[in-house]
Design a protein around this ligand. Structure first.
Ligand code: IPE
Ligand code: IPE
Ligand code: MG
Length: 247
């Protein structure tokens, strides 16, 4: 680790109020590649290296949950060749890194409609989840085929069904109960949302869960996002005042 990284990490750990759940919109792979005259897929490949780096950094800090926006529902609209390249990277990386993740006590989970993926490939993800399910370190949550509005609609449909069958009465429906119908039902809401590459938008990510999340946008493109950049985001968060509507 660089001297700067060690120093920042020390400051963060001393300060103590770590975000329990950090979510990241990993953006800018395409721009990173374009700047270098490379195909977009080269950017995604480089982005995988950043994932490894940040998973390690988050685990070392003692963060509980790291959610990575890996593939959105809207990303299916990209050229077929790019979609296949991203999927291939996802499965290959999951297979290749599984031992390392397991060794580092990481538990892998997914959020989103992975039932849309081909059975053969879904199996790779399911095996990885099964293998790491008892790990007690970082929860690495990959948002895959995820769309925030669809998630809310899915919740509403299930709620309507439960009301119809008498399992739930509408008067009992609280915010907490509603959260229990979301894909993320077992996770705390994100404390910090980082977006790389400077775009000031939420892109249909965790719409319900981010109502009081602290936002951090950096111009750094995802493939260039370093452990120090990650630490800087955490440090920034630690020095904010969260008010939740109070004074
Ligand atoms: C993020 O990088 C990766 C995915 C959305 C899968 P992009 O591919 O969106 O990169 P830009 O935004 O075109 O630079
Ligand atoms: C958001 O990035 C989705 C992921 C990071 C997986 P996009 O690059 O798809 O978002 P937009 O299209 O710029 O809003
Ligand atoms: Mg993008």
């Amino acid at each position: 680790m660089s001297a700067r990284a060690t120093q920042l990490k020390g400051k963060i750990l001393k300060k103590g109020n770590l975000p329990a759940h950090v979510a990241i919109i990993m953006d800018g792979n395409g721009r990173w590649a374009k700047k270098r005259g490379l195909p977009r897929t080269a950017g995604h490949k480089a982005g995988v290296k950043t994932v490894k780096r940040i998973v390690k950094a988050a685990g070392d800090l003692g963060i509980s949950v790291l959610t990575l926006f890996t593939f959105s529902q809207e990303n299916w609209k990209r050229p077929k060749s790019e979609v296949s390249a991203i999927m291939k990277l996802l499965y290959e990386t999951t297979k290749r890194e599984l031992n390392e993740l397991d060794k580092n006590n990481v538990r892998l989970i997914t959020t989103g409609r992975i039932e849309k993926f081909s059975p053969r490939r879904r199996q790779i993800l399911e095996e990885a989840m099964e293998r790491t399910k008892d790990n007690t370190g970082l929860i690495l949550n990959l948002a895959l085929n995820y769309g925030g509005r669809t998630e809310i609609l899915d919740a509403v449909k299930r709620i309507a069904r439960d009301v119809k069958t008498g399992k739930l009465s509408l008067d009992q429906l609280t915010e907490e109960k509603f959260s229990g119908y979301l894909y993320t039902k077992d996770l705390p809401d994100p404390d910090l949302l980082i977006r790389t590459s400077g775009e000031m938008r939420i892109s249909n990510f965790l719409l319900w869960q981010t109502s009081y999340t602290e936002l951090y946008v950096t111009d750094v493109l995802w493939p260039s996002f370093s452990a120090v950049d990650f630490y800087e985001a955490i440090w920034d968060y630690q020095n904010r005042e969260r008010r939740f509507g109070r004074v």
